[in-house]
Design a protein around this ligand. Structure first.
Ligand code: COI
Length: 357
């Protein structure tokens, strides 16, 4: 291994690459990681020297606060490679802003922008052979921050670690999914942390999602915690409904994540003359629309899955199936337009692509 410094970033390269052992044709989401990782600690009120090092296990005290109180936030981003070998991120500034918004809500220190972008760029340049060209291939990037001080008082920590790890990715969900509309459980509440990518938001979904899976549903559509009458998110994604030719998605709030894919799809809908209403939407509205045939599509939208079409939903013990819409589906049209922008195959009129140089 060799150690070098570029500006403030210390780089220790892996002696050998694991790349040759990876079967890219058959890759499970988030289980295989690239050769390097980025790490930077916050100690004594300051971010220390950032480092890139071989991907490896790390040791921490059992008392580290993250283990006890879940003081942890994360992001999901992707890198894409075009046929000329150029590597692009998609709206990375949005992820950077959001991880700091999440950190602020969890009483964690904000991460410096120059460290984030220098770390990310250097990491992607080191591991760029892990990014395969072609639509359907990407590198999922997971920045995250955790409280590491060895102290179990229930109070914000003084030491934190910011990391970035990367995993080559194909599709997150295969095909369409069936969902259960939540009538008892919630993922977020007014004044809570639902808008943040706080680790605990996701862990809290596992149990209700397991129950839904036992009933034959892959995901839960989350409703508002007070009344369970408003539709908010789908699984780990934002959610869109198409009634006749209008798309509808819930407004962001302190309960709903301000998804990068969500806001990009709202813009793409407008660019493609599709009416998109951002407003509260009631469960009863989609039940009625399903009964009268005007509910055409439901889909989840997030970084990992991009767009995940939903084939039907259960509410109050009744299953509602969505019609086969085939070539006229907004979800496949918008997904294609989005992927083409991400992969440098289409004009990027909103300047969403960020080339890694
Ligand atoms: C993403 O789409 O980036 C997510 O946050 C999903 C993740 C929990 C796998």
């Amino acid at each position: 291994m060799s150690s070098t410094y570029t500006s403030n970033l210390r780089i220790e390269k892996a002696a050998t690459s694991k790349l040759k052992d990876v079967n890219f044709e058959n890759i499970a989401f988030g289980k295989t990681f690239t050769d390097h990782m980025f790490m930077c600690d916050f100690v004594n009120g300051e971010w220390q020297q950032p480092q890139i090092m071989p991907y490896q296990p790390m040791t921490m005290q059992p008392s580290a606060r993250v283990f006890h109180y879940g003081q942890a936030v994360f992001e999901g981003m992707k890198a894409y490679k075009d046929d000329d070998g150029k590597v692009f991120l998609f709206r990375p500034e949005e992820n950077f802003k959001r991880i700091n918004k999440s950190s602020a809500r969890l009483a964690m220190p904000e991460f410096p922008k120059d460290y984030f972008f220098e770390g990310l760029t250097t990491l992607l340049n080191l591991d760029k052979d892990w990014i395969k060209p072609g639509v359907g291939n990407s590198l999922y990037i997971r920045p995250f921050a955790i409280a590491i001080d060895p102290a179990i008082a229930a109070a914000p920590g003084e030491s934190y670690r910011f990391m970035i790890i990367c995993a080559p990715a194909k599709a997150y969900y295969k095909g369409t999914v069936k969902v259960l509309i939540a009538e008892q459980f919630s993922r977020s509440a007014n004044g809570g942390v639902g808008y943040a990518k706080a680790a605990g938001n996701y862990a809290a979904q596992f149990y209700p999602t397991n129950l839904a899976q036992q009933k034959g549903y892959q995901q839960v559509i989350w409703t508002d915690a007070d009344t369970h009458t408003f539709l908010e998110e789908a699984g780990t994604m934002n959610v869109f409904f198409r009634i006749n030719d209008t798309l509808i998605t819930a407004p962001t709030s302190d309960r709903i994540l301000d998804g990068v894919t969500r806001k990009s799809l709202i813009q793409l809908a407008e660019d493609n003359n599709i009416k998109c209403e951002v407003r509260p939407i009631k469960v009863n509205e989609i039940v009625e629309a399903s009964k009268n045939g005007s509910l055409k599509e439901i889909f989840g939208a997030g970084t990992a899955a991009v767009i995940s079409p939903i084939e039907g939903f259960e509410y109050q013990d009744t299953y509602y199936e969505l019609p086969e819409i085939g070539a006229h589906s907004y979800s496949s049209m918008l997904k294609e337009r989005m992927l083409n922008i991400q992969h440098n195959l289409a004009e990027d009129k909103h300047h969403w692509r960020y080339e890694i140089k």
